[in-house]
Design a protein around this ligand. Structure first.
Ligand code: PEP
Ligand code: MN
Length: 269
């Protein structure tokens, strides 16, 4: 049996179209926005800026999986409403994370792409439910998952009939303590060998450090990534989640410019 994710199952690269954004095509896709949706004002300020500076898709978490249960866990449905409203206002498709299979139907009504976070990559019940969804799924690599584990996780979604899966390398846990995770860039060409699915990189969660985002974004694109996902916040020091890794909108503008330069050097846009 040929597994759905494998190149042999699907000779052409899978391209996923969301509104007018094509993921896995010629253009390198830039997803940007805050880690968490905090208020309509925060989201709108951020969305206007990232749209102006060249983002293709708007991110924002309404359900946040926090290590410490007393940290900000997101605005839930109110956050989804803000995300949809702001996305429409600035004209960008949206992505947000699902934690619980019971929230899938609600999230489907508000977001264009559904994200499975690192902590849920092997939540098989969640993956199977998402396999029945009509929405594209962004599947992030678990922090202790092998590339094969990631591909098998994708298979759980694909085997249920949802062919729209985007993979995301977001770093793995190693003995390194200077960075939040260790960004495994070889995952990109490896996945390209093994699979027809698009793969993007999240340099924000991979490094946890604002100063490393630009170089890791460029490296990801040079290595063949179909896109990057970058945390941007209008006031990073006041962010309720992951403040050390969020870029200011002006910093994001520079990173986008650098990404587009590298993209053209590797025959992408
Ligand atoms: C996120 O993208 O907001 C997130 C929680 O990332 P990860 O699942 O990769 O930790
Ligand atoms: Mn985060």
């Amino acid at each position: 049996m040929i597994l759905h994710y494998r190149r042999e199952a699907h000779k052409k690269n899978t391209e996923i179209v969301v509104n007018d954004v094509r993921i896995g095509g010629h253009e390198v896709i830039i997803i940007a926005g805050p880690c968490a949706i905090e208020s309509e004002e925060q989201m709108l300020t951020c969305a206007r800026a990232v749209q102006k500076y060249g983002a293709n898709i708007l991110r924002g978490g309404a359900y946040k999986p926090r290590a410490n249960p007393y940290s900000f866990e997101g605005l839930g449905k109110k956050g989804l409403e803000i995300l949809a409203k702001v996305g429409k206002e600035v004209g960008l498709p949206t992505i947000t994370e699902v934690l619980d299979p019971r929230d899938i139907e609600l999230i489907e009504q508000y977001a264009d792409i559904i994200q499975v976070g690192a902590r849920n990559m092997q939540n098989v019940a969640l993956l199977k439910e998402l396999g029945k969804s009509k929405k594209p799924i962004l599947l992030k690599r678990g922090m202790a998952a092998t590339v094969q584990d990631l591909l098998f996780a994708a298979e759980h979604i694909l085997s249920q009939g949802n062919s729209q899966v985007i993979l995301c390398e977001r770093g793995i846990r190693t003995f390194e303590t200077e960075t939040r995770n260790t960004l495994a860039l070889a995952t990109i060409p490896l996945v390209k060998e093994l699979s027809h699915l698009p793969i993007i990189v999240d340099p924000s969660h991979a490094t946890g450090k604002r100063s490393l985002i630009a170089s890791m974004s460029k490296a990801a694109v040079a290595a063949g990534a179909d896109g990057v996902m970058i945390d941007v916040h209008p006031q990073p020091e006041a962010a309720l989640c992951d403040s050390e890794q969020a870029l200011l909108p002006e910093e994001f503008r520079e990173v986008v410019r650098d990404i587009r330069r590298v993209a053209s050097a590797v025959d992408r846009t």
